[in-house]
Design a binder for this molecule. Structure first.
Ligand code: GRF
Length: 200
């Protein structure tokens, strides 16, 4: 049986990583083959280690250029040949060097209803603008910042002014949406074809 291998790139807490681990723990045919963090103290590494998942630390500060940092990421990933690379709170901007290597196999989750609220600090900005809705987006990564082809979104009607509470609500959406999209890609129901997301 062919195993669909996922590599997850993180920088911090890794609660999305945890949701992915929990969703696929008993799923035959889908495996998290490795977790890579650019931060040695990322709590996500602890989450991965206690599941027996292989972990790597590639500290961007140890490299004189973004290119060298990304070459090291690629070197590690090439050894494992993952079918999908999942960015889950990975806080480094990736250049074309990395993106062109994995275009079509590289997805990200962003805490807003893209194309609205690209970039950082989305919950605060959404509240400040008195938006009616907020949500999350999973997208394929291309060279545009938070602008790649959209796989799926989920949204809520905002019922709070409390940023922390809103963030928690958004996290709950993420924990469901990201594994759902990964499942669809792994089963071949979703893929990137000529720059567009095709669903079957
Ligand atoms: C998530 O909100 C995700 O949308 C964003 O970074 C956050 C990561 O959180 N890209 P965690 O590390 O998964 O807890």
């Amino acid at each position: 049986m062919q195993i669909f291998k996922i590599a997850v790139l993180i920088s911090g807490n890794g609660s999305n990583l945890q949701a992915i681990i929990d969703n696929f723990r008993d799923e035959v045919g889908i495996e998290i083959s490795s977790v890579i963090s650019n931060k040695a103290d990322a709590y996500g590494l602890t989450r991965a280690n206690r599941e027996g998942i292989e972990t790597h630390i590639v500290n961007h500060e140890d490299y004189s250029s973004r290119e060298d940092f990304e070459k090291e990421l690629i070197r590690i990933l090439k050894k494992e040949s993952p079918d999908l690379i999942v960015l889950a709170g990975f806080m480094r901007i990736l250049s074309n060097l990395f993106i062109s290597e994995y275009y079509g196999k590289l997805i990200n989750i962003h805490p807003s209803l893209l194309p609205n609220y690209k970039g950082m600090d989305t919950h605060r900005r959404v509240l400040e603008n008195n938006e009616e809705f907020h949500g999350v987006t999973v997208h394929y990564v291309d060279n545009s910042l938070d602008g790649g082809p959209i796989c799926a979104q989920s949204k809520i009607k905002i019922d709070t002014k409390d940023q922390k509470k809103l963030e928690e609500q958004i996290h709950e959406l993420e924990y469901k949406l990201y594994p759902d999209v990964i499942k669809n890609i792994a089963s071949g129901k979703m893929r990137l074809y000529r720059g567009e997301v095709v669903k079957q």
